[in-house]
Design a protein around this ligand. Sequence first.
Ligand SMILES: [Zn+2]
Length: 196
Amino acid sequence: MKSLKNTLLRSILASLSLITVISLSSCGTSPKKKSTPVKSSNPSMGSRQALAKKILAHPKITLLKKQVSGRVDGASAYHNIASAARGYSAKRSYYGNAPGGYTRLNTKMLRTMLYLANTKGYSYRVTSIAGGSHSRRSRHYNGVAVDIDMINGRKVGYGNPYYRSVMRTGRAKGATEVLGPGDRAHSSHVHLAWPR
Ligand SMILES: [Zn+2]
């Protein structure tokens, strides 16, 4: 009789502790405050980041790590793409006409950069995206313009047999400001810009 009582008591205690464990664990699943910055759930943000990652790792795309002027200010083409690849906006420069601050990179531009390398097969070098000092209201500052100064190992200029095709591809992919050799201040690079 005594042992039966003990067994009963033990089983009651066991079930009580089980209930305690369950209720504790359900308490433990309550939402915790995150100490790290929360990234946007906007789907275009996700695709922007994925595109930038691909560009950053692409063997055919070279991203200049400083400004054409020689400055190292964290706003180079490389820094812009690296920031976007981590899910952040891209830095602008703070010298000359550049307004400073940050901007998001346009996903159509990023897609076209990959298209040029993957589908068209070009290897090329990017000298500027959102950084650098350009004309006062340049689209670069809005993250919708890219400058290319080398295509397939050759500098952009009249002698380069590829730059016209790159410009055509840009237009076909929605760029509405396409400049290159023959245009003022663009004898040495192709400029592709999308609407802001
Ligand atoms: Zn440009």
